[in-house]
Design a protein around this ligand. Structure first.
Ligand SMILES: Cc1cc2nc3c(=O)[nH]c(=O)nc-3n(C[C@H](O)[C@H](O)[C@H](O)COP(=O)(O)O)c2cc1C
Length: 215
């Protein structure tokens, strides 16, 4: 598979067959992550392979993407947070570079994946997975085989829409108006939702408002 084909053909996949992805395939995917660039060449990723139902149930109980109900395999990506460049969160950027490599490799190997941030807050994740203080959870990657071919997703912008030379020149700048306030409110609500314990009732309610995607 050539690079362009991988970059353009990869899609987020949220429904998988019951056929498990073998451990050596998962490890190939993780190895692709290890080849990503990392700030100061720290190579500080760590990966927790999740394949026990109880762990998925705990993720769901703590407030996660509802489709995890039907997922049997995932990788939790962590990164060592001992960086002095917190302004640019270079540990998160390094983890994201690894994640994208992993998604592309998985696609090449015929494995469907979805990058997930709708997961419990970091404090809860650390408890569920016994994560030490210096590792920060960055994202969950769900995975499995698929029995359909996802449709290519059109881009919302062209290169010309996003590029300017030497100084910021895009026309679609947004004023800090009421919408910004509603975003602030959403951020607070999300924080509260992820923090409250025992949210059985809330989960049903939140499920209704979870963003729906096209597959
Ligand atoms: C940082 C990040 C967080 C994401 N979180 C979620 C998530 O919580 N739930 C989900 O279903 N998809 C999630 N996605 C997948 C996006 O919805 C998906 O990439 C987007 O809709 C474009 O579709 P495509 O990946 O098929 O091109 C996430 C993607 C990124 C990069």
């Amino acid at each position: 598979m050539n690079l362009d084909e991988a970059i353009r053909g990869r899609r987020s996949v949220r429904k998988y067959t019951d056929v498990p992805v073998p451990d050596d395939v998962i490890k190939d995917i993780i190895e692709a992550g290890l080849w990503a660039p990392s700030a100061c060449n720290r190579q500080g990723s760590a990966f927790i392979i999740i394949n026990e139902r109880e762990k998925f149930d705990e993720l769901l109980k703590g407030g996660s993407a509802a489709f995890l109900k039907n997922v049997n395999q995932a990788i939790l990506v962590l990164y060592d947070n001992r960086t002095d460049n917190l302004e640019y969160r270079d540990h998160i950027q390094s983890a994201c570079a690894a994640i994208q490599n992993m998604l592309l490799k998985a696609y090449e190997l015929g494995v469907g994946t979805c990058w997930i941030n709708n997961i419990p807050n970091k404090k809860k994740l650390k408890k569920i997975f016994n994560i030490p203080w210096n590792y920060e959870p960055v994202a969950l990657i769900s995975m499995g085989y698929i029995d359909y071919k996802p449709v290519t997703c059109k881009r919302k912008k062209t290169v010309e829409d996003c590029v300017s030379y030497n100084t910021f020149g895009l026309k679609d700048t947004v004023k800090k108006d009421k919408k910004y306030l509603s975003l602030k409110i959403k951020r607070v609500l999300r924080k509260i939702y992820k923090a409250v314990p025992g949210k059985k009732l809330l989960l049903k309610f939140a499920g209704k408002y979870e963003k729906k995607f096209d597959n």
